[in-house]
Design a protein around this ligand. Structure first.
Ligand code: SF4
Length: 466
């Protein structure tokens, strides 16, 4: 087996083993056993310390200079969750590749990775956008994303509080073509979730909010609105490098944060776990102004490891259909989804404005940087609603995905087309939420801007005054 294949095999095997022992409740007692087991299998390519550090990261712990997995206070450290999106697993794993071309450095369009005088890679935390593409690019496993699934498994097994799963719109097809939202719901309940919601339903609310904000903020040909749905890398890049554009960002939270805030508003003791393809979301939930809405972020890859460890196969589960979102919310998972949904909703809510909406969608870190540079220097003549996604293809291209971005896009489109509601305006589930905030279905304009309680709950203050 090549070193690349070994690295990939170690990574998925390691996730599975850590999930299995965590599920059995023996992870801390038996972590030396897992290290022995994995080291025996991969010893031609990895030292024991290198394996141990990869296990530590999968457990949510930072790497350290030892073959031991746990120190005295590690369990506590783990429950605190780290803000670091990406770790250098063990600098000795790095093969220092070709001096002229390193896959990890080339994959980082934010220029956050460099090599020190001895050739070891270093991550500039200020520049790091947390999108995690470097992790995928390294063929040797020298980089790994932050992981939160061990404390989540503990929670699933021990807490008496309700635990909600909020599943990202990109879920379609990730666990198999025949795994519907209903089957995934049954599988998630089997591993301990109390309730399962589609993040796409909360995307519906934000689509309405952004359609109304477009009407409010875009008055003449020089105005434009930048969507805040739903990519944290897009927002971080603007805040860090283009602060003059911050005032043009829609003052709304992402659908993920909206789902957590709304669920907890009515069930304050609930825990909410976001499940998607995104690594950057692990950092988004830690931001001071957003903290508390979501308790853990799990990637599809990590969830798959938990399903395997628990012996649950979503393909075989009962299909408890419970349609929640419109076409607009369901297609958020791919590039152009947000702008398409907002355009269709402007047509329904403020038809006089629809001729004026000209949307532009861009994906990939390099491309969004070019667009922002242009917005800053010369502005845009042909667009006044701007959508940026850090991953190629949108979230279906996120590093925690299980299928190709192309297959993910097809599945998301099929799932979107299957919805009976085209926009949130026709989605009864949206009005069920609005009714909980005391608003009637007959309100002509949903109360999603201004001072209303739901507008405040879905609001976010960006920039220096946040
Ligand atoms: Fe995360 Fe989606 Fe942005 Fe990729 S495009 S970084 S998956 S939110």
């Amino acid at each position: 087996m090549t070193t690349t294949a070994k690295a990939l095999s170690l990574k998925s095997n390691l996730l599975y083993q850590v999930a299995k022992y965590a599920w059995e409740g023996t992870l801390y007692q038996k972590n030396q056993e897992i290290t022995d087991l994995l080291h025996e299998e991969y010893k031609d390519h990895y030292t024991r310390k290198q394996v141990a550090n990869q296990i530590r990261i999968a457990m949510g712990l930072p790497p350290h200079d030892s073959e031991q997995i746990t120190g005295e206070n590690d369990e506590e450290a783990l429950m605190g969750l780290s803000y670091e999106p990406v770790w250098v697993t063990d600098s000795s794993i790095c093969q220092k590749c070709d001096k002229e071309h390193r896959d990890c450095i080339a994959a980082c369009d934010a220029h956050a990775i460099s090599a020190d005088s001895e050739g070891h890679i270093i991550i500039d935390k200020e520049k790091c956008l947390g999108d995690g593409h470097c992790v995928q690019a390294c063929n040797f496993g020298a980089l790994a994303e932050n992981s939160q699934f061990v404390p989540l498994i503990k929670l699933l097994k021990e807490t008496k509080d309700p635990i909600y799963a909020s599943i990202a719109p990109a879920f379609a097809g990730q666990f198999g073509e025949n795994v519907t939202a209903g089957k995934l719901r049954s599988a998630l309940k089997k591993i301990g979730f109390t309730e399962v919601v589609e993040t796409a339903l909360y995307a519906d609310l934000l689509t309405m909010k952004e359609a109304l904000e477009f009407d409010e903020h875009v008055k003449d040909e020089h105005d434009f609105l930048i969507t805040s749905c739903c990519c944290p890398v897009w927002i971080k890049l603007i805040e860090n490098k283009y602060p003059e554009l911050v005032e043009k960002i829609s003052p709304s939270v992402s659908p993920m944060i909206a789902s957590g805030r709304i669920i907890k508003k009515f069930e304050p003791n609930a825990k909410v776990v976001f499940i998607g393809p995104c690594i950057a979301k692990k950092q988004e939930i830690m931001l001071p102004e957003l903290k508390g809405a979501i308790d853990f972020v799990l990637t599809f890859k990590e969830l798959n490891a938990i399903f395997e460890a628990a012996g649950v196969n979503p393909v075989e589960e009962a299909d408890h259909e419970n349609a929640q979102a419109s076409w607009g919310g369901r297609v958020y998972g791919r590039t152009g989804g947000v702008s398409g949904a907002v355009a269709a909703t402007v047509e329904r809510l403020v038809p006089k404005k629809v001729q004026k909406l000209r949307s532009l969608k861009v994906d990939g870190v390099l491309e969004i940087q070019k667009l922002l540079e242009q917005l800053k220097t010369s502005g845009l003549k042909n667009a006044n609603f701007i959508e940026g996604m850090a991953c190629k293809g949108g979230c279906v291209g996120g590093p925690g995905r299980l299928i190709t971005p192309e297959a993910g896009t097809n599945q998301v489109n099929q799932y979107g087309d299957a919805s009976v509601a085209k926009t949130p305006v026709e989605n009864p589930e949206v009005y069920t939420i609005l009714a909980r905030f005391g608003h009637s279905h007959t309100d002509t304009v949903p109360p999603l801007t201004g001072e209303s309680p739901i507008s405040q709950l879905l609001g976010r203050h960006l920039g220096p005054n946040k």
